[in-house]
Design a protein around this ligand. Structure first.
Ligand code: FEO
Length: 165
């Protein structure tokens, strides 16, 4: 059984993961309309992953006897200044998600919920991986410079299948 504080923070995280999924869907849609098939495919896949994170928490809350309430999601932006800008936003967003996972861990320790804190370790590792993959993308963009976005668009999916995700 979850304490009400742990349940409340997990339900809040359901909203954050759902928003992440919608944010990356919006970025995928933007990239597709801008003519970047590789970047948009990367974002569509990322959006699915975030949807999976949301479901993971929904199932956990229910399994532990709580109520997994699904909130309304804030409308994501519709456009970005360019490819570099969009990935800077992704990094900032993922850093804020990492902080919020950390905050939930803080709640678990205060409430003595060691089972949930152990379960959350998967999210801790996932966040480290996601932040590092976006940093790798930003480094690659810096190396290529703005003139080579066509090559970057082809490269980004290879980075994903090479395990940089
Ligand atoms: Fe599931 Fe990347 O936050």
């Amino acid at each position: 059984m979850l304490t009400s504080e742990v349940e409340r923070s997990l339900v809040e995280q359901i909203g954050k993961e759902g928003f992440s999924s919608n944010l990356y869907l919006a970025m995928a849609s933007w990239a597709e309309s801008e003519g970047y098939p590789g970047i948009s495919a990367w974002f569509y896949a990322q959006s699915e992953e975030e949807h999976g994170h949301m479901l993971k928490i929904v199932h956990y809350v229910i399994d532990r006897g709580g109520k997994a309430i699904i909130p309304a999601f804030e409308k994501p932006p519709v456009a970005w200044e360019g490819v570099h800008d969009v990935f800077v936003r992704v990094l900032l967003h993922e850093q804020s998600v990492s902080r919020s996972i950390n905050d939930i861990l803080g709640v678990c320790f205060r409430e003595g919920d060691y089972a949930t804190s152990q379960w959350l370790q998967w999210f801790v590792s996932e966040q480290i991986e996601e932040e590092s993959s976006v940093r790798a993308i930003l480094d690659r963009l810096k190396l290529l410079g703005d003139g080579s976005l066509y090559d970057f668009d082809k490269d980004i999916l290879a980075m994903r299948s090479a395990g940089v995700e």
